[in-house]
Design a protein around this ligand. Structure first.
Ligand SMILES: [Zn+2]
Length: 210
């Protein structure tokens, strides 16, 4: 798994700007798909659709343009000796599965045990967003979030839980609605010490709205 996950952990675009098709080519590809599903790209309601889809894709997949390591770059070290667990729970995200390019909707919970360096809480949410705005599998995304925080912040350990619903399971295939997939990655003391992992789950539950 590491072999798949690592190259994307902190890198930005997989394809260089020069290799990318133009916006016109992207719009043409949307017209092809429209014809393929049985539509007429020339009818009035669809005239601007290829342009809109290209624009939406640019936004929904903007995670390739951004480096999650940059977001964590600015740390706040003066935390008056605070070195206990930091937890950011219920970080909502939208992503797309790499198998069907259909939405994955869910939330991430992140915990880490600082080693002198602490980041602003919004930064953790931004790391989630950057990875979510790429084509994903939930397993890879969970591991990428954990390894980026571990690599950049170098805390004593990182715990990441992702729970999400995969629209490709609800809208097609087995059409199972409301099924949630749970994935987790633990590093450092969370991986090696069951008591820190247990404390993470206890704190997570304590913060949960009943
Ligand atoms: Zn899928």
């Amino acid at each position: 798994m590491d072999a798949i996950v690592k190259p994307f952990a902190t890198s930005t675009a997989v394809v260089t700007q020069a290799d990318r098709p133009s916006q016109t080519e992207a719009e043409e590809a949307v017209r092809t798909l429209l014809r393929w599903i049985g539509e007429d790209p020339g009818r009035e309601g669809l005239l601007d659709t290829p342009q809109r889809v290209a624009k939406a894709y640019r936004e929904m997949f903007s995670g390739y343009e951004r480096d999650p390591a940059d977001e964590l770059g600015r740390t706040f070290e003066e935390v008056a000796g605070f070195d206990d667990m930091v937890i950011e729970r219920d970080i909502y995200f939208h992503s797309h599965c790499e198998h069907h390019m259909v939405p994955i909707i869910g939330k991430a919970h992140i915990g880490y045990l600082p080693d002198g360096r602490v980041v602003g809480l919004s930064k953790l949410a931004r790391v989630v967003d950057i990875f979510a705005q790429r084509l994903q599998t939930q397993e890879a995304m969970t591991a990428q979030i954990a390894s980026t925080i571990q690599d950049v912040l170098n805390p004593r350990g990182v715990a990441v839980i992702v729970e999400a619903e995969h629209m490709c399971m609800a809208m097609r295939g087995i059409r199972k609605q409301g099924a949630t997939t749970l994935t987790s990655t633990f590093t450092g003391v969370f991986k090696d010490g069951p008591e820190e992992q247990a404390r993470f789950f206890t704190l997570l539950r304590a913060g949960a709205k009943a």
